[in-house]
Design a binder for this molecule. Structure first.
Ligand SMILES: [Zn+2]
Length: 482
């Protein structure tokens, strides 16, 4: 039996804590050719290409003489330069910080016959590297659902296998439309070790729990984003580009940056992730370079109340808003945080926040680098009017943003709203209640974990477990703090 997984959670429990949602929301990695392309880096990554790959021309190119100095001709499905990669560097790499490396694994042809999708292998550069696998659906026309179908460690352990393991493995696969990311090591059970890893992404026209086992024909462009081991660092940072969409908050970026409300939010985010709010943490996470921008004009008006955020097609405005903000910051190496007035589907509010799970920085026009948070106008206006007498900015949006950052760095909900799934971590509490897992039904210990599906803040302390910290430390998004 495949277990249906909630695509999204809807919380409407308390006026100021209708918190947090996430889950499998479509992403759109439409390549933006204005984004700079990184140089061809093969370095110490070996790519095994002689398996499972069906060339569109039936492999005819394998018989012809190959000139190693030949230029790869994009999108012909042929390994023109004989380096084992097909159509490599034909799609923009993410924008990279100085400490990051992008390994372009080229294009994989998917589909045609029942069975597992093709796999590739790579040699991980070193132990405790931060690594995220990225697959972008570059098939012309309809974009498919994409998720990691296989992940095998150098020791031969299948962290993601077939069947139901996509949802329950220690490195859970995140199904998304048109592309997917997979953080290596969503649980301490997965050792991020040097050596040869094997992975496969599947492309399908059904969500995983309706998947029939025959991949949909098409092409995925795959790669790996890494940054060096940071376990010796006492503090690391995440950079953010914050967009006020359509005048959300009623403040200009400059005013917002200096506002009491942003200071409260930032204080809460760092109190949680830098360990000042309760937990003893092995590594501190702070906000690094945070810049503020406005998305105004027609795009701002259109996206202030984001609609169709659950749609699996071109009407999805969550996909579209990142294309609009990315156009303003095409070379950014930060993660994107858009602040809107509502996250709706069919004109109904469905979430307070939506984040890529195990995201990467540097795909500025893609949901794979994005988080979105809704700021309810009345609650916001009341908080601003109350000034220092209100801590709503910290206790509502500070908590939501901190929660979304948790997803972005690779954390699942401790419990999904109906109790059908839990995170793969051994030290986070699981609610034993039945039905919808409300904070009241689950109790304070459970509801106060930051990654509970609807964390009960209300000014109380929230916690993050040691395993949760161990996972997020692996996110390539984090860099050495200045
Ligand atoms: Zn969530």
């Amino acid at each position: 039996m495949k277990t249906p997984v909630p695509l999204i959670v809807i919380a409407s429990l308390l006026p100021c804590t209708w918190l947090i949602a996430c889950g499998a929301v479509p992403i759109d990695p439409l390549p933006d050719t204005s984004v700079q392309t990184a140089p061809d880096v093969v370095a110490d990554v070996a790519i095994d290409i002689n398996q499972d790959i069906t060339l569109p021309d039936g492999g005819a190119d394998a018989k012809k003489d190959i000139d190693p100095n030949a230029k790869e001709i994009c999108n012909n499905g042929v390994d023109d330069n004989g380096d084992g990669r097909i159509d490599e560097n034909c799609w923009p790499a993410p924008n990279l910080r100085a400490d990051e490396t992008w390994y372009d694994f080229g294009t994989i042809a998917i589909g045609g016959a029942p069975g597992m999708a093709p796999t590739r292998t790579f040699d991980a550069p070193g132990k405790d590297q931060g690594m995220v696998l990225v697959a972008r659906d570059i098939t012309a026309g309809q974009k498919g659902y994409v998720w990691a179908e296989q992940l095998v460690t150098p020791g031969g352990l299948h962290e993601i296998g077939s069947g139901d393991q996509w949802a329950t493995s220690p490195n859970r696969a995140y199904p998304s439309i048109a592309g997917a990311t997979a953080l290596i090591g969503e649980s301490p059970d997965v050792t991020v070790s040097a050596g040869q890893w094997t992975f496969g992404f599947v492309r399908a026209l059904q969500v995983p729990w309706q998947y029939t086992g025959t991949p949909a024909k098409g092409f995925l462009q795959v790669g790996l984003l890494t940054r060096p081991d940071n376990t010796a660092q006492k503090q690391v940072a995440i950079d953010l580009d914050v967009f006020l969409v359509g005048g959300t908050t009623g403040m200009t970026p400059d005013v917002f940056a200096k506002s009491l409300q942003w200071q409260q939010m930032r204080g809460k985010i760092e109190a949680l992730w830098n360990g000042k709010d309760k937990v003893q943490v092995p590594i501190g996470i702070v906000l690094g370079n945070v810049q503020f921008f406005a998305l105004d004009g027609d795009a701002g008006t259109k996206f202030k109340y984001l609609d169709n955020v659950l749609a699996g097609d071109d009407t999805n405005e969550l996909v579209q808003v990142y294309q609009a903000t990315g156009a303003l910051r095409p070379t950014s190496t930060a993660a994107t945080l858009v602040l809107v007035s509502a996250l709706n589907d069919n004109n109904l509010s469905v979430a307070a926040g939506l984040s890529q799970l195990g995201g990467i920085n540097g795909l500025a026009n893609s949901r794979m680098s994005g988080m979105a948070v809704a700021i309810d106008e009345k609650t916001w206006n009341d908080a601003v009017a109350a000034g220092a007498a209100s801590t709503a900015a910290a206790d509502v949006w500070g908590v939501i943003i901190a929660h979304e950052i948790g997803h972005f760095m690779g954390l699942w909900h401790t419990d999904e709203h109906d109790g059908s799934l839990h995170d793969p971590l051994g030290d986070t509490p699981e609610c034993q209640a039945t039905g919808t897992l409300t904070p009241a039904a689950c109790g304070d210990v459970i509801a106060r974990n930051l990654m509970f599906w609807a964390p009960d803040s209300g000014g109380k302390l929230l916690s993050i477990s040691a395993d949760q910290h161990a996972v997020v430390r692996r996110s390539p998004v984090l860099h050495t703090s200045p």
